[in-house]
Structure formats: C-alpha cells, structure tokens
Design a protein around this ligand. Structure first.
Ligand code: HEM
Length: 504
C-alpha cells in the first residue's frame, strides 16, 4: 500500500473513531449539554475561524455565544472562557480540576517531551520543579539578592542611551530593552552576560511564535505527518537551535566544575546541575527524576519565562507613555519626588510609586503579554454552570478579551487611562479576575514578582534619566500599536524614540 493510501486509511479510521466518541460522549453527558458555540464546518470544525488574531476572533465570538463557549478543534473539546466570573470558576473554584496542560507538538519537540514546568501535566513531577524554581530562583529573597546585577546591567544601558542622547540619535528601544533583559537573565541563570557564540533572544522569539500557533497536528494527529502548516519542520529546526545553545552553556559550566573553578555565588544552572551529583537535598524528589534533558527543559522554562515576557511588557508601557505625555509627566514627577536628585532608581523605591503601579496595570490590561494565558486542561469530567465539560478538554482563558470588554471597563475601555485603578481595588496578582496578566491559581506565573520588579525598575529608570519623544516628527496617533499574536504578544514593529538626558 502506498504511503498516501496508508495515510488515507489512518485518516478514515481516526475520523470514524472521533465520530463514535462524539456520539458516545453526547449520550453519556446526558442532561449536561456542552457550552454553546458557533456552528462549525464539517470535519475541520472551528479552526479556520481563529484567523491570525485568535484573541480578537475569540473575543468577538464570545460576545455572541457567552463567557463559557465551546469550540470544536479536531477531536479535543475546547472551552473558551471570557469573563471574570467564569475565569474565577475555572482558575479558583475548580482550580484542581483545570490545573493540567494539554499535550502539544510544540511542548513535545521543544521541551524535551514536556519535561519542563510550563507544559507538563499536573502532578508530583510538575510540583517538584515548581518548588525547585521558586526556592532557588524566584522567591522574594533570591530576587532581592540579585538586585546588584540588575542595577549593573541597567547602568550600562543608561550609559549607552546617554551617548545616543548627546548625539540626538534615534534609539531602537525594543532592541535595547530586549538585549538588557537577555543580559539580566543570562547573568541570573548562568552567571554571565549574553554570549556572542549564539543568538538566544532570536531563538526564544521564534519559540514564542511557534508555541502560540494553532497547530493542526495538535488537533488532527493523523494530519501531523503531512505538516500542512510547515510548523513541525520549524519546531524541529528551532529545537535543534535551542538545544545547541543549551548544550554550549551546560558544557561551559561542567568544564568550570571539572577544572575546580570555585565560584563565590552559585548561579541557577550550578544549583540544578548539582542535583545530579548530590541527590540528597531539599529537592530529593526532583533529583531522583532529573537527567540532562529535564535539566535543559527546566532551564528553558526559566529562559523563556524571563526573556519573552518582561521586555514585551516594558516596550508596551514605553509605547503608551510616549503616546500619552500627560501620563509620562506624572510618572516622572512621582519618581523625582521619591528618588530626589539621585539618578539611580533603587528597587527599594518601587513600592513607593503608586502611579507607576497604575500605569503598569493599565498597560498589561490593554496589552497582556500572554493574550490567552497558557492553555489549561481538565483532569476529569465536570459540570460548570450547568454545562458538561469533558475530561481532557482544552481550556483557553481570553485574557486579552477581558481587558478589552466595555462591560468590565466601561465604554472608554480602549483608552489608556491609568487613573481607572486609582481606588486600588483591583490588584494584578491573580485575586481580581478582571485583570489576570499573570494568570491565577496553581498554574499562575511563578515569576510574577521578578517580572514586576524588572518591568517597574527598567521603566522607572528609563523615564527618570531621560525625556523621550517619537522620532521623525511622528505624532502620538501615528505610532503603530499593532501586535503579533503568539504565546506572547509583542509589538509588531520595534519602538523607536529619541532620548534626551535629564541629568547633566
Ligand atoms: C511581566 C512578566 C511576566 C508575565 C506577564 C508573565 C505571564 C505569565 C502567564 C500569563 C502565565 C500563564 C498562567 C496560566 O497558565 O494560568 C505564566 C506562566 C509561567 N511563567 Fe510567567 N510571566 C512573566 C514573567 C515570568 C518570569 C520572570 C518567569 C521566570 C523566570 C516566568 C516563568 C513562568 C513559568 C515557569 C510559567 C508556567 C507555570 C506553570 O505552568 O506552572 N514568568 N506567566
């Protein structure tokens, strides 16, 4: 039998099985109907409706079909959640049921068979990684202990911007900020700045796009072999690129250890590598399961989590400040009142900047870094609001949609207005479900504190040291504010601006 006939046979069998499953699950769920959803096309279901801006398409659909909506994307039932009250049901009330992740080709290929934290199934292995990363990298005390390296790297950026300001140069803010975050992350994880032997940032950027893509192979496994979107090829290629980088970094560390080089401060990679040689630690459970590929997957979690998030948040905040000189002035005044004539903004000052806090919230509302969070998966059949939701359903929380819903934020919801948070009632840490840029519950972002410290520090230093204007006489309305959809959602075009130094 030719490969094409074989594939057709597989396809037909798979379709038959799916049809039986749909019929069987309908009779089985009895009185509990699935949540409402749009009529789908035969076989391909709703996939074509998502387009290249799924967060916007899903938002539109939810306005018609409600805050808990079903979609048919291949064999897997998909539930889209679009209101704060329903997000609370999925991420808080029934958090234990929805704390898993669906399987995906991206996670399989790039995270070494889902051996990291972000995409692994809920269970003891995931818990042991989460505990390890929290204690060894993301706790408040660890983050504080690394304030010096953030200050050094930011100081270097300020120096280079001062030179650009002297020459009245147009600065690629996106490029500068991304490189800064990459350097901060590499120092924090590996003890040294970015390496000229490879382009980590570019590879991570490619990963962000691939992880967020709606991959037909995830929904129609029998079509996986055809690689209709070319994604499998790209995933393999990007995996090879990131694996090569991780191997170089780990080899360097192992060589240092072999040569008996003693370090004063152990970095994250030192600590995780030591689990192999010293399994009797606080992290005994992880140590028993760890091998080279799980080490790479966990390090990749931290690289991806740290690099592909904070710079995006900072670029959007700076874009909004450039478009809103009134807000920029208020932020600058607030910082000057706290910091005085000292040019360096210390991290200890950040808690005294409530207006900056509102600016960060407002920017993350309009431009959430993770527009659809990371998909969750249900671990058992459950009934929510009278709707039957099957085990292994994929759950998408439309974080972007909630930020742009006039029923939550009033008719001026498209306006950048930090004062809407003035009463301090809405927090950003996952307790108020209308604003959950870091998710919430068991799978909520473990790097939230680090992400917030980094974002606030960089923004406050950039606007404290410099006044900024748009280049080439561009007006605020002319600044392109389009986004590119992916697991994370950066600006479509780099942000360019002209700094002028505020300190002599
Ligand atoms: C502004 C910065 C950041 C934003 C906006 C952000 C946002 C998010 C979001 C939306 C999720 C998914 C939550 C869910 O599925 O419900 C997430 C998960 C995650 N983030 Fe962050 N993040 C940021 C910074 C960081 C940093 C600095 C790190 C680590 C160095 C990190 C590591 C992770 C990890 C490992 C997960 C997966 C958690 C799990 O599945 O258990 N993030 N983040």
């Amino acid at each position: 039998m030719s490969p094409t006939n074989l594939l057709a046979l597989f396809g037909a069998t798979w379709l038959l099985i799916q049809l039986c499953r749909i019929i069987f699950s309908k009779t089985q769920s009895g009185s509990h109907k699935a949540p409402p959803g749009p009529p789908g096309l035969p076989l391909i279901g709703h996939l074509p409706m998502l387009g290249n801006q799924p967060h916007r398409s899903l938002h539109k659909l939810s306005q018609k079909y409600g805050p808990i909506m079903s979609l048919r994307l291949g064999s897997q039932p998909t539930i889209v959640v679009s209101s704060p009250a329903s997000a609370e049901l999925f991420l808080k009330t029934h958090d234990t049921v929805f704390a898993s992740r669906p399987r995906s080709q991206a996670a399989e290929y790039m995270w070494y068979g889902t051996k990291g934290m972000i995409f692994s199934e809920y269970g003891p292995y995931w818990r042991s990684i989460r505990k390890f990363c929290t204690l060894e990298l993301l706790s408040a005390s660890k983050i504080e202990s690394m304030a010096g390296l953030r200050r050094d790297e930011l100081g270097l950026l300020v120096e280079s911007l001062r030179r650009a300001a002297g020459a009245r140069e147009v600065v690629d803010v996106s490029e500068k900020v991304t490189r800064l975050i990459e350097d901060m992350t590499c120092r924090m994880l590996f003890g040294k700045c970015r390496d000229e032997r490879f382009d980590l940032r570019e590879t991570i950027h490619d990963m962000g796009k691939l992880v967020g893509a709606f991959n037909i192979a995830d929904y129609y496994p029998f079509l996986g072999a055809l690689d209709l979107q070319g994604l499998t090829r790209q995933l393999k290629q990007t995996h090879r690129a990131i694996d090569k980088i991780l191997e170089i970094i780990i080899d360097d560390h192992e060589k240092e250890a072999d040569n008996g080089i003693k370090k004063l401060d152990r970095d994250f990679l030192d600590v995780i590598l030591s689990l192999k040689t010293n399994p009797k630690t606080t992290h005994e459970q992880l140590a028993q399961n760890i091998d080279r590929s799980s080490i790479k997957a966990i390090v990749l979690d931290m690289i991806f989590g740290a690099i592909d998030t904070s710079h995006i948040a900072i670029e959007w905040i700076m874009s909004e400040l450039l478009r809103h000189p009134r807000v920029m002035k208020l932020v600058q005044e607030e910082i000057r009142n706290v910091v005085g004539d000292c040019e360096v903004v210390e991290e200890s000052c950040l808690s005294e900047l409530p207006y900056l806090d509102m600016v960060v919230k407002e920017s993350l509302r309009l431009h959430p870094v993770g527009p659809l969070l990371v998909p969750h998966a249900s671990m058992e059949d459950i009934v929510i609001e009278g709707y039957g939701i099957q085990k292994k359903s994929r759950v998408i929380i439309n974080n972007w949609g909630m930020g742009h819903d006039p029923r939550i934020w009033s008719e001026n919801c498209e306006k950048f207005l930090p004062e809407r948070f003035i009463d301090g009632k809405v927090d950003i840490r996952g307790n108020n479900f209308q604003l959950i840029p870091f998710g919430s519950g068991r799978r909520g972002c473990p790097g939230m504190h680090l992400g917030l410290v980094t974002t606030k520090l960089v923004v406050s230093q950039l606007v404290h040291s410099f006044d900024w204007e748009l280049p080439f006489g561009m007006s605020a309305d002319e600044l392109d504010m389009n986004e590119i959809f992916g697991a994370t959602m950066p600006r479509a075009k780099h942000l360019l601006a002209v700094p002028s130094a505020r300190f002599g």
